[in-house]
Design a protein around this ligand. Structure first.
Ligand code: F6R
Length: 612
C-alpha cells in the first residue's frame, strides 16, 4: 500500500502546500519515503515520512499543479532514489503509483535496449519510460499525452492506482485504476486525484470513485472518465460526509476492522506473481539467490514473537507435513539466550511484521553467529530484519496501523504456504500436490470474502458473550496455534483473561476451570482431527461450559452440541488457519469495541517492540 495525491487548480491555491498537507492525512498508507513534484519547482524526494519531506521542501517550492506520494516499499529499498515521483529520461513525464507492475522486468529490458536509462530499482519507473516511448510516437497527433498514457497502461500487468503528469501539458493530470483505489475530487476550478478521500475533503466533498480498468483525465475545470478500451463513463460526483479521519479508515470505525476486512486483498497481494499453478510451483524471487543452499538444508528454526510466533507454529506443521523438513519454532526472546545447536545446514527463519522486533532480530544475529543461513518473512521492506537476513520473502500486506496484528498474520500464513511449496518441490513434493495447494490458495480470497459477509452474526455473538471475564480457545493440529492467536487477540484489546489450549490437553488441567460462566471458542473444522475436537467440546458441555464452535460449512452435527456455530468455507487442512482466524479476529474486535476500548491502541502496548 502506498498513498498518492495529485492536484490541478486555478483557484489561487499553491499546489506545493496543498500536496504536502494532503500527504499528512495519507500517512497511514505508507511512511518509508515521500516525494513531491510540480512542473514549476521540480521534484523533491526523501526516505522517511512526510515530516522529513517537509524539512526538505523550501518555502518557494510552489506551482499550480503537481503530484505527491508516500511509499510503502515493495520493489527496491526505501531510499531517496526509489522514492516516487518517478520520471522518464528527460524529466518530462512524472508518475506516482500505488501497486505492483508485475511485468516490469521484461518491460525494463525492452526499454533499456531501446536506449532508456533507469536510475532506480522501482517497478514504477518503467511506466514513466513506457509513456515516454509511446509519446515519441504520438507527439504530433492531438491528445498525444493521453494516447501515450493509455497505450502504456494497456501494456502493463499488475495493480495500479496512478497519477501521471506531463510537463508539456502541466494543467492536465491522468489517473488510472486497476486493483488499487483512486478517488477524484471535484472542486471549484480545481480537481484532485488521491488514494482515498482524506486529502481531498478539506477542499471539496464531491468525489468520484474510479473503478478497475478506468482512466480519468482532469484539468482545473474538467474531468473525463473512460474505460481503458475507450468507451466513456458517465458518473456523477457523489457527496461524501466522512471526516478526513473516517476516510483514512475507509469508512470503518477503526484501523483494526479495516485491516481485518482487507484480508482477501492481502492474500492476493502476498500471492501475486509467486505461483505457477499449472506446474504446482512457487516462485519466490527473494529466495532465488539461496535456492541451491536451501535444497541442502536439513532443519529450520523459526524465530518470532507474539502473533508472528503463532504463524510460525502453523508453518511448522505445514513444512514438516508437506516439505518433509524438521522444524522448530522458538520465541525470539528465548532463542537468543539459549545455546542452540546450529550448523550450516540449519536455516533460522525470522517472521516479523515490523522487521524491527528486537528479540527476533537478536535471534537472527545469534543464528548468524552460529553459522546458520538466515531468512525472513517480513512485511516492512528495508527494515532491520529484512536487511540483516541473507534472503527472504516480503509479505506485501501494506502497513498495519492497528496495534493488534491481523492482516499480517493472514499474510504470514500465505507466505509460509508459498515457502512450503517452494521447499517441498525441491524435496519430492509431487507436482499434483503443488497444483492442488496452488489451486486452493487462489480460491482463498473469495472464501475470506464469504466470511466477511457474515460479520453481523459475529458482532451479535460478541454482544451475547459481553459479560464473560474469561475465554478459552481450543484447537488441534493446524488450528492449535490459531487457538492461541484467538486468545491473544481477545486479551490484548479487551483486557479480559483469555487463553489458548490444545483441544487434547483439556483433560490434563484446563477442564477444571470450566463452568457455566467460562465460555470456550472451539476451532472444529472438518479435518483429520475433527472427531477429537468434537469430543473435547462434549467434555466441556458436560461441565456446562458454553461453546462457540468454528466449523466447516455444511456441518450440521456440531450445532446440536455447541451453543453457537460460526461457519467457514471448506479448504485444505493446511490452509484452514488462514480462514479460521478471521472469525476470531472479528470476534475480538467487536468484543473490545462493545466495551468502548480504543482497539487500535490498546493500553500498555506498542506496535513495534524495539526494546527487550
Ligand atoms: C499481537 C501483536 C504482537 C506482534 C509481535 C511481533 O497482536 O501484534 O504480538 O505480533 O510483537 O511483532 P512483529 O511481527 O512486528 O515482529
Amino acid at each position: 500500500m502506498c498513498g498518492i495525491f495529485a492536484y490541478t487548480g486555478k483557484s489561487g491555491k499553491d499546489a506545493g502546500k496543498v500536496l504536502l498537507q494532503g500527504l499528512v492525512s495519507l500517512e497511514y498508507r505508507g511512511y518509508d519515503s515521500a516525494g513531491i513534484f510540480t512542473p514549476e519547482s521540480g521534484s523533491i524526494k526523501t526516505p522517511g515520512a512526510v515530516a522529513e519531506l517537509k524539512k526538505k521542501v523550501p518555502k518557494k517550492f510552489n506551482g499550480k499543479s503537481g503530484i505527491a506520494h508516500l511509499r510503502w516499499a515493495t520493489h527496491g529499498e526505501p531510499t531517496k532514489v526509489n522514492a516516487h515521483p518517478h520520471s522518464d529520461c528527460q524529466g518530462e513525464i512524472w508518475i506516482v503509483h500505488n501497486g505492483i507492475i508485475e511485468n516490469f522486468k521484461e518491460l525494463k529490458d525492452k526499454l533499456t535496449k531501446a536506449g532508456h536509462t533507469f536510475v532506480s530499482e522501482s517497478d514504477t519507473e518503467v511506466f514513466a519510460h513506457l509513456v515516454e516511448e509511446k509519446l515519441k510516437k504520438a507527439k504530433s497527433a492531438k491528445g498525444g499525452f493521453e494516447k501515450a498514457a493509455v497505450a502504456a497502461l494497456k501494456e502493463i500487468r499488475g495493480t495500479y492506482g496512478m497519477a501521471i503528469q506531463y510537463k508539456g501539458e502541466p494543467e492536465k493530470l491522468i489517473a488510472a485504476r486497476m486493483g488499487s483505489p483512486i478517488v477524484l475530487g471535484v472542486g471549484k476550478h480545481e480537481r484532485f486525484i488521491a488514494s482515498d478521500a482524506s486529502p481531498i475533503l478539506p477542499h471539496t466533498k464531491k468525489v468520484i470513485f474510479l473503478e478497475d480498468g478506468e482512466v480519468a483525465v482532469i484539468t482545473p475545470d474538467t474531468h473525463t472518465v473512460y474505460k481503458l478500451e475507450g468507451s466513456r463513463v458517465s458518473r456523477k460526483p457523489e457527496e461524501i460526509e466522512w471526516t478526513a479521519q473516517q476516510a483514512q479508515k475507509g469508512g470503518y470505525e477503526h484501523f483494526m476492522l479495516k485491516e481485518i476486512m482487507e484480508g482477501a486483498e492481502v492474500i492476493e497481494n502476498t500471492l501475486r506473481g509467486r505461483l505457477i499453478p499449472e506446474k504446482g510451483l512457487a516462485k519466490l524471487g527473494g529466495l532465488e539467490g539461496v535456492a541451491k543452499q536451501l535444497a541442502k538444508i536439513d532443519r529450520i528454526i523459526i524465530v518470532a514473537c507474539g502473533t508472528a510466533y503463532y504463524a510460525g507454529l502453523v508453518g511448522e506443521y505445514m513444512l514438516e507435513e508437506h516439505a518433509g523438513i524438521p522444524v522448530e519454532v522458538e520465541l525470539g526472546s528465548e532463542f537468543r539466550y539459549r545455546k542452540p545447536v546450529i550448523n550450516e545446514k540449519t536455516v533460522v527463519l525470522a517472521i516479523s511484521q515490523s522487521g524491527e522486533t528486537l528479540d527476533t532480530l537478536e535471534a537472527v544475529r545469534e543464528g548468524k553467529r552460529r553459522g546458520a543461513l538466515t531468512l525472513g518473512i517480513v512485511n516492512t521492506v528495508g527494515s532491520t530484519i529484512a536487511r540483516e537476513t541473507d534472503a527472504g520473502v516480503y509479505n506485501h500486506a501494506g502497513p498495519e496501523i492497528g496495534v493488534a496484528s491481523t492482516k499480517a498474520f493472514v499474510s504470514q500464513l500465505v507466505a509460509l504456504t508459498l515457502l512450503t511449496v517452494f521447499l517441498g518441490r525441491q524435496r519430492g513434493m509431487q507436482p499434483s500436490e503443488g497444483k492442488k495447494i496452488a489451486r486452493e490458495l487462489k480460491a482463498l480470497p473469495a472464501k475470506a470474502q464469504k466470511i466477511f459477509k457474515g460479520k453481523g452474526a459475529i458482532e451479535k455473538l460478541a454482544r451475547k458473550y459481553s459479560e464473560a471475564r474469561d475465554f478459552l480457545f481450543i484447537g488441534r493440529k493446524y488450528n492449535y496455534p490459531v487457538a492461541f492467536e484467538g486468545a491473544l487477540k481477545l486479551k490484548e484489546i479487551s483486557y479480559i483473561h483469555a487463553e489458548g489450549c490444545g483441544a487434547g490437553e483439556m483433560k490434563h488441567g484446563p477442564l477444571a476451570m470450566i463452568d457455566e460462566k467460562f465460555p470456550t471458542m472451539a476451532l472444529a473444522p472438518s479435518d483429520s482431527v475433527y472427531e477429537k475436537v468434537f469430543s473435547a467440546i462434549q467434555q466441556i458441555k458436560a461441565r456446562k461450559g458454553p461453546v462457540v464452535a468454528i466449523a466447516t460449512e455444511g456441518n450440521k452435527e456440531i450445532g446440536k452440541v455447541a451453543d453457537d456455530v460460526l461457519y467457514v468455507p471448506e479448504t485444505l487442512e493446511m490452509l484452514m488457519p488462514i480462514l479460521s482466524v478471521i472469525p476470531l479476529q472479528l470476534f475480538a474486535y467487536y468484543f473490545a469495541r462493545n466495551k468502548g476500548y480504543n482497539v487500535d491502541r490498546p493500553r500498555n502496548l506498542a506496535k513495534s517492540v524495539t526494546v527487550e
